[in-house]
Ligand binder design. Structure first.
Ligand SMILES: [Zn+2]
Length: 79
């Protein structure tokens, strides 16, 4: 897992209540990543997940049905 730092504003989450990790819709490349990690028995930060601080978490949750690329584009344009 990546350290808990908001991917929008780079704020470090001091506490788990300061925000959260959001898993976005998986792309074909994400499914391939999961399969590869399972085959190799490895763990890592999922490429379709990002940390958000409280300020950005609510909006990001509303976009979690999108892929991470689509959601990040909207989040960065509208922040
Ligand atoms: Zn933030």
């Amino acid at each position: 897992m990546k350290p808990p730092i908001c991917c929008i504003c780079d704020k470090r989450l001091a506490d788990i209540d300061d925000g959260g990790l959001i898993y976005f819709k998986k792309r074909p490349s994400d499914l391939a990543w999961i399969k590869k990690m399972e085959e190799k028995g490895m763990v890592g930060h999922p490429p379709y997940a990002e940390w958000f601080c409280n300020e950005h978490h609510k909006k990001a949750v509303e976009l979690k049905h999108l892929t991470i690329e689509e959601a990040m584009k909207i989040l960065l344009e509208t922040q």
